[in-house]
Design a protein around this ligand. Structure first.
Ligand code: ZN
Ligand code: ZN
Ligand code: FE
Length: 765
């Protein structure tokens, strides 16, 4: 038989994820000879065998890759056979060019979990068990390359048993950098608030007892501390909220296993798949009304945020418990705590006991949050399990750093044909977030050996992020309009250039007329945009204050709808006193204190507050979420598209732009509230009308400009109705629809768009 030989060059996340042992086993299974070799920035597979045996190998190589591996590029070259006699793993080679990629942290694999619960195994009950297929990566890595000496495992010396596993290419712990066992690895301690160690026979038994008694535990995890409490104990949950200063924002739950998850929520197949993926995010899913979860866990929503245990510590912690509240260990709005010292200082007065360990967390990383839309994950927060994975771009170009927006901040680095979005930082208004930003950015820059040629920032002159960008030395800076960045981000992750009809349906972003934009229809490509339609401007009483006090937006909307007929008594459902309403109504006519906004998010806030669903928001978007939840009241998830728009939303041409007029629709809503129409039906009408008017608008723009691709971005697409019903409707009408699945549709995805816009501008210069 004739022999053939392939040289395969791979880049991506192919180091520290069990890739070489996988190739080794695969090659043997296919009866092939040759070698696999790690180089600094790629992996080479030189493989030969009988004619016809290489193609199946190549197929399996791509289809069966380890869960945490990610192939970005694969090139195959046929070469003259070298008559290799066996398949081997060659010693790594250093290259002077290129950067290796580090893997995100990976949830405990099935094999490690089985060992954990196997009383005969030497790692029985050991909370730091891991292998090449699972365990900590990004959060324990100080610098590159990813070797034990460059991680926080460097201070632990492997015992002979562990070393043997580490050196054996056939073992699943071959070159598992964080490999450890009870003899040689990290250990737990249970500590009181005063730093005194708690004397007890079994730490976990004690922890379980305390949790069952309603105590609050600070638990050191993978990317930071959690605060844990019994979710079936209302008093305990309330105490946690009071101490943490977090009022209504839902708390995430960690559930023991899928069975426990299904007891709490109805889960689709796609939801199960995403929940149990290597990233193991918090999944937002519809809860079962009969679950006995304490009301304070997630007040005012029909969903729960669930995640599975993703470290051996979590698995062991939950072995006798069905679920735990696991919320990030911080005071509200502060970055998540990672160091013992900070834990004792900042969680002082919140936690009763501290479960800590001596494996240092080097990189902060919050739990990621995902909602499943149309069977696909949509990231609400992209962090642990996803960062620092890159996205593959269509083209190469300049090295650009983008600093994101001020809320839900992330940064993004473009290098070669890759984009590296950083992990979720949070709201920059908090002084500690600035520290987190710089710490994380310099970590990425070190890992990637990255110096920017240009820096991208938001157009908003008052943003912290804008200030930082402008203060940077020796590098040019560029402002990018917020909603253009949203659309460009959607284009980039879908590897499209445009032009598209971009629907940026959002909270707030600085517009190029100085007003507050947020309901924008842009004709856009990656370099430029024009605003072709937007929601009608409404006064935003008190500016940013209106974000936290949706009742202000409701008054503004009512004045707009009723004009001279406005009476404070028409806003009875809001239960605010008439004097304040009257005063605010007067204020809406004052342009100095009231900028104008075209935001769809604020329109949702207004309608929500008019329906009495929450005049004050404990967190951004709470009112809008309440309006979405109101749709589902007394029934299943509402997904229908009305045949005709139930509310009179329509557009008019004004100064060369189309303006979606909202006055008559709002007036009709006010009349319906007065007549006592159920709020679930008003909420459905409102959602349905928004979807219809946007789809009609896309039809109109297709007619005018011949563009039939629509990109959907902006915070409003966290709303499951908008994110599922609108794309389905647009597809039925013959559009191609681009949505977000890799970076969040909210401001967490902005930095990718900013970076891409600036790179395109530089290219066209
Ligand atoms: Zn494992
Ligand atoms: Zn050991
Ligand atoms: Fe935004």
């Amino acid at each position: 038989m004739k022999r053939r030989r392939f040289e395969i060059l791979l880049t991506g996340i192919v180091q520290g994820v069990g890739f070489r042992p996988f190739v080794f086993r695969l090659a043997r299974r296919h009866g092939l000879q040759g070698y696999v070799l790690n180089r600094t920035a790629d992996v080479v597979i030189d493989v030969e065998g009988e004619n016809g045996s290489l193609e199946p190998f190549l197929r399996d190589l791509q289809e069966q890759i380890p869960p945490a591996a990610m192939i970005l590029d694969l090139a195959v070259r046929e070469r003259t056979p070298a008559n290799y006699s066996a398949f081997e793993i060659k010693k790594s080679e250093a290259q002077d060019r290129g950067t290796p990629l580090i893997s995100p942290d990976i949830a405990t694999c099935d094999l490690c979990r089985d060992e954990l619960f196997d009383a005969a195994d030497r790692r029985y009950g050991y909370p730091f068990t891991n292998c090449t297929n699972c365990g900590p990566r990004f959060t324990i890595t100080r610098s590159m390359p990813y070797d034990r000496v460059n991680t926080s495992m460097s201070r632990f010396r492997m015992c002979p048993d562990c070393q043997k596993e580490y050196d054996n290419p056939e073992h699943r712990r071959f070159h598992a950098q964080p490999n450890a066992c009870p003899k040689c690895g990290p250990h737990l301690r249970l500590v009181k608030a005063d730093g005194q160690e708690v004397a007890c026979d079994s730490i976990f038994q004690r922890v379980e007892k305390e949790l069952r008694a309603g105590k609050i535990l600070a638990i050191k995890g993978l990317g930071g501390y959690h605060l844990a409490v019994d979710p079936f104990n209302e008093n305990a949950v309330t105490r946690l909220r009071e101490r943490k200063g977090r009022w209504r924002k839902p708390l995430a739950l960690m559930v023991r296993d899928l069975e426990s998850a299904r007891e709490l929520c109805r889960l689709s197949k796609a939801e199960v798949r995403i929940m149990s993926s290597a990233a193991c995010p918090i999944l937002l899913a519809p809860r079962r009304p009969e679950s006995r979860i304490a009301p304070s866990v997630a007040p005012g929503t029909v969903e729960l945020g669930l995640m599975l245990p993703y470290t051996p510590l979590h698995h062991w912690l939950l072995r006798n418990l069905r679920a735990l509240v696991m919320t990030s260990g911080n005071r509200t709005d502060e970055p998540i705590v990672i160091k013992e010292k900070d834990a004792f200082e900042r969680l002082n007065g919140i936690a009763d006991l501290y479960l800590v360990h001596d494996r240092e967390i080097l990189v902060r990383s919050d739990d990621s949050v995902v909602r499943v839309m149309e069977g696909e994950p949509v990231l609400i927060r992209r962090s642990r399990g996803y960062a620092p994975s890159p996205l593959l771009l269509q083209h190469e170009g300049a090295r650009v750093l983008a600093v994101g927006a001020d809320l839900k901040n992330t940064f993004c680095l473009l290098q070669g044909n890759r984009a590296y979005p950083g992990q979720h930082i949070g709201d920059l208004e908090h002084p500690d977030a600035e520290h987190f930003f710089h710490e994380s950015l310099s970590h990425f820059q070190r890992m990637l050996n990255f110096e920017p040629e240009a820096v991208a920032h938001d157009l908003h002159p008052g943003y912290f992020s804008t200030g930082w960008a402008r203060r940077m030395d020796h590098v040019e800076t560029h402002a990018v309009q917020h909603h253009h960045a949203h659309i460009a981000s959607c284009l980039a992750e879908n590897r499209e250039q445009g032009p598209v009809i971009g629907l940026a349906m959002d909270g707030t972003g600085y517009g190029d007329d100085g007003q507050v934009w947020g309901g924008e229809v842009l004709l856009a490509d990656c370099a430029s945009y024009s605003r072709s339609a937007h929601f009608e401007y409404l006064p935003l009483p008190g500016g940013d204050a209106a974000i936290h006090e949706p009742w202000r937006m409701a008054v503004s909307a009512a004045v707009h709808a009723l004009g001279e007929d406005f009476e404070p008594s028409r806003l009875r459902t809001m239960s605010r006193d008439e004097e304040r309403i009257t005063a605010l109504a007067r204020l809406t006519r004052n342009r100095v204190f009231c900028p104008l906004t075209s935001s769809l998010g604020r329109l949702f806030d207004a309608v929500s507050a008019l329906l009495g669903l929450g005049g004050i928001a404990a967190y951004e978007g709470e009112a809008a979420i309440a309006l979405e939840m109101a749709m589902h009241e007394g029934g299943n998830r509402y997904r229908r598209v009305p045949g005709r728009p139930p509310l009179p939303l329509f557009w008019e041409e004004r100064d060369g732009q189309l303006e979606i007029r909202t006055g008559r629709a709002l007036r009709q809503i006010l009349d319906q509230i007065e007549r006592g129409k159920p709020r679930s039906r008003i909420a459905r009408d409102f959602h349905g009308s928004i979807v219809l008017v946007l789809a009609d608008l896309c039809d109109e723009l297709r007619r005018r400009h011949g563009i039939d691709i629509v990109a959907l971005s902006g915070g409003c697409f966290q709303n499951a109705y908008l994110a599922q019903v609108l794309p389905a409707l647009l597809r039925r009408r013959g559009f191609r629809v681009l949505c977000h699945h890799k970076v969040p549709p909210n401001d967490g995805g902005i930095s990718l768009g900013q970076a891409v816009v600036v790179r395109e501008r530089l290219r066209k210069r």
